[in-house]
Design a protein around this ligand. Structure first.
Ligand SMILES: CCCCCCCCCCCCCCCCCCC/C=C/C(=O)SCCNC(=O)CCNC(=O)[C@H](O)C(C)(C)COP(=O)(O)OP(=O)(O)OC[C@H]1O[C@@H](n2cnc3c(N)ncnc32)[C@H](O)[C@@H]1OP(=O)(O)O
Ligand SMILES: Cc1cc2nc3c(=O)[nH]c(=O)nc-3n(C[C@H](O)[C@H](O)[C@H](O)COP(=O)(O)OP(=O)(O)OC[C@H]3O[C@@H](n4cnc5c(N)ncnc54)[C@H](O)[C@@H]3O)c2cc1C
Length: 664
């Protein structure tokens, strides 16, 4: 059956041009061409083989990761790949590794917080990977509460050095990726103490290991924190622990672009917002949002193809059974995830723009949009990673029993992805940042300060607090104004209710703590509005290609109406819509599922994933699932022998015992 396209019928049904959709998905023709070329390069290189990852021991997996990274770096140099191409290479190699933290956090931290001189010195080494760095912020006792970190950096004016010290066990650095076994250097976050005064958290470049033999430098204790969830998965990463016993570093290894310590030990505070010390996290949160659509689309691609291949029930007299994708329950679980993958793609594009915009403004000393950039990156990181992790698990269930097999690609994808809900800020903690931002914005309503950007809708409070949806028939839910008004009214009303409840407390902080759960819900409503509005904004762009816009339109309204259905309690209790209008939204949703159904396989083909990248028997492009499941089963080490190891010691005696007992 090799070579037959089992999904050909599905592909023939498509009502749009897949090649055009590929360009929209990639962001541009150029981005598509780069991705396509690099994906093929990775797929054809035996060093990047990954189908056996589950069967490797941790040590073997880690060594193979080092090999892949070294080979990747060699190829980058040989092929003179630029930054974009190198990024795609890392993406398609698809194995978490120290390089993520080196390029993704260590280098950006130096760029964002180092002086020009520091950048010149350290980036020239880091860019050639003559040093390898990580981002050592989290400690055993504190992760979310950055202000609670305990590691100290005490200035010693006698020697012009900082003394980096771990005062307690809970102050040990714990979690940084790339720290455990690889990094030679780290950006370490510690409390800066000079002249006996604690000035709070600052970043310092600290060498950890010898550049000669890789052994830890004196007074440094460092190692790997241990095996994490799942086979393969994030275990290719050496998340580490680190303790300092009065380790001395020169003063000029404090990252001094923001605040400084002079030779005399005087602390010179930053003339820009001190929150810029958190800048690396804002940057990475933005990349995590962009990446959510990759992980979700991958799971959705597997579940959609398999749902078209898999048949259950519906046959009479031995006839052909129903494809499970034709069940409305399957569509109601799968198509909103397909729509979410596209929605997150577009909101990711927008967030990248927002990040670039705020960076340019900061360079021109305009800090006005920093709080919004922080709220958007934090909130969208939280929203998209939660939905993606849940979505991957839902895709596993959508694939029935076979989804539970490692070779479906879904268990590992889930295990590797789910920590995104925790790293770069726990998702609840991040939504609470959004909630604080919203409460401030609501408090300023009526003060003359006009809300802008993603909170601009709050400026229309007079209308949004009292409006009633005008939807009268199902098709009215395809009107962008109707959808936006419902989402805006819901978000505003939830935020205003929180603010009102907050005002009943004498102590605002106490009130905030009491209302945490409601505040998180209000923040989520605001973030969902952002995603819906950016999808609608995308549709207003000039999108070419046969039938492409129609499909995107369908997906946009599936995303919005599914959210409406899922959070119906919010929409009804805030009186934004009536039960009748909710029921019409459901009717429209079912109709949209019917329209998407013939296009579903083509819509996931538009992701342009190679079989290597998907690494899934169920998601194979050709749909040839069953023979390949057998092939995979035969590869399992348990099937190396017909009689298992241990038979003579542990099985035979039991069986013989049973025989004797049976004879008695
Ligand atoms: C060989 C091949 C090579 C190929 C090349 C390959 C290229 C590869 C590239 C790969 C790229 C991949 C990159 C992705 C890697 C992903 C891996 C992830 C690994 C994980 C890393 C981490 O987890 S690092 C640690 C992250 N930690 C956190 O996120 C901690 C969470 N906590 C906080 O952020 C904060 O403490 C807080 C937000 C919870 C705030 O706490 P608190 O209430 O105490 O506030 P503060 O007093 O500190 O501040 C209050 C004030 O500041 C505002 N604010 C807070 N944060 C920010 C911010 N970030 N920006 C701006 N403003 C901020 C806050 O709103 C308050 O404002 P007010 O106005 O005063 O209210
Ligand atoms: C795979 C992985 C990789 C990582 N890589 C790095 C790295 O490279 N560098 C680095 O420095 N760190 C890294 N981390 C650490 C990561 O950033 C932290 O784990 C994360 O910030 C969460 O902090 P925590 O572990 O202290 O969680 P906690 O804050 O202890 O969270 C525990 C629970 O408490 C709740 N909670 C906490 N505070 C509040 C609050 N104020 N209000 C309400 N609820 C609250 C949370 O919602 C959560 O349910 C990594 C973590 C993981 C899992």
């Amino acid at each position: 059956m090799e070579g037959i396209d089992h999904l050909a019928d599905e592909r023939n049904k498509a009502e749009f041009d897949v090649e055009d959709m590929k360009i929209v998905w990639a962001g541009s023709r150029h981005a598509f061409e780069v991705s396509d070329r690099i994906a093929r390069l990775v797929a054809s290189d035996p060093v990047f083989e990954k189908s056996n990852r589950a069967r490797l021991s941790r040590k073997e997996l880690f060594k193979s990761t080092l090999r892949k990274c070294a080979h990747a770096f060699k190829r980058i140099i040989e092929l003179r790949l630029n930054e974009e191409e190198a990024g795609r290479l890392r993406h398609f190699i698809d194995q978490p590794a120290y390089v993520d933290l080196h390029w993704g956090m260590f280098v950006p931290a130096i760029k964002g917080q180092g002086t020009e001189e520091q950048q010149k010195k350290w980036l020239s080494l880091a860019n050639k990977m003559q040093i390898i760095g990580c981002y050592a912020q989290t400690e055993l006792g504190h992760g979310s509460n950055v202000q609670g970190l305990e590691t100290t950096a005490t200035f010693d004016p006698k020697t012009d050095e900082f003394v980096i010290h771990t005062p307690t066990q809970t102050a040990s650095k714990w979690w940084p990726g790339g720290l455990g076994k690889v990094s030679t250097h780290a950006v370490v976050y510690a409390r800066l103490i000079t002249n006996g005064k604690d000035y709070g958290i600052h970043g310092f470049i600290v060498q950890l290991r010898s550049l000669e033999d890789h052994s830890p430098l004196p007074n440094i204790t460092v190692g790997d924190i241990g095996t994490k969830m799942g086979n393969g998965a994030y275990n290719s990463m050496d998340n580490g622990f680190l303790m300092f016993d009065h380790v001395r570093i020169p003063r000029d290894q404090m990252l001094m672009r923001l605040s400084k310590v002079t030779r005399e030990g005087e602390y010179v505070p930053s003339d820009v917002p001190k929150q810029l010390v958190y800048g690396t996290m804002v940057y990475v949160r933005q990349t995590i949002v962009a990446d959510a659509s990759n992980a979700l689309s991958r799971a959705v691609c597997i579940a959609t193809r398999y749902s078209a291949v898999r048949r259950q029930f519906g046959a009479h007299n031995g006839g052909i059974e129903t494809q499970v994708i034709d069940y409305k329950t399957q569509q109601n679980r799968l198509f909103p995830l397909l729509a979410s993958a596209y929605a997150f793609r577009f909101v990711g594009e927008w967030l990248k723009w927002l990040y670039t915009d705020v960076t340019e403004r900061l360079a021109a000393s305009d800090f006005a949009t920093l709080p919004e950039a922080h709220a958007c990156t934090a909130g969208l990181k939280s929203l998209t990673t939660t939905a993606t992790a849940d979505g991957i698990e839902e895709c596993r269930k959508l694939c029935g029993g076979h989804g539970y097999l490692w070779c479906s690609g879904l268990p590992e994808l889930f295990a590797v992805y789910v920590p995104a809900c925790t790293y770069e800020g726990d998702n609840v903690v991040l939504q609470l940042q959004v909630a604080r931002f919203l409460m401030k914005t609501v408090a300023q309503l009526g003060s003359g300060k006009v809300p802008v950007g993603t909170t601009a809708y709050m400026g229309r409070a007079a209308h949004l607090l009292q409006c009633r949806s005008g939807v009268q028939k199902a098709e009215d839910w395809l009107n962008p104004d109707a959808v936006l008004e419902a989402f805006e009214a819901r978000a505003l009303r939830m935020a205003v209710t929180c603010a009102k409840n907050l005002s009943k407390f004498e102590n605002q902080e106490q009130g905030f703590q009491e209302l945490l759960a409601d505040l998180v819900e209000a923040a989520i409503a605001h973030c969902q509005l952002i995603v819906v509005s950016k999808f609608i904004a995308k549709l207003e762009q000039d999108i070419g290609g046969k039938g492409v816009k129609k499909q995107l339109n369908n997906l946009c309204y599936i995303y919005a109406l599914y959210l409406l259905h899922k959070h119906l309690g919010d929409f009804l209790s805030t009186n934004c819509i009536t039960p009748k209008q909710a029921s019409l939204a459901n009717d429209q949703l079912r109709s949209l599922y019917t329209q998407v159904r013939p296009n579903a396989v083509a819509l996931v083909d538009a992701f342009n994933y190679t079989d290597h990248y998907l690494n899934s028997v169920l998601g194979r492009y050709d749909g040839n699932v069953y023979p390949k499941l057998f092939e995979e089963a035969w590869k399992d080490p348990l099937n190396d022998s017909v009689v298992p190891d241990g038979y003579h010691e542990y099985l035979r005696p039991v069986l013989k015992q049973q025989l004797r007992t049976a004879r008695l």
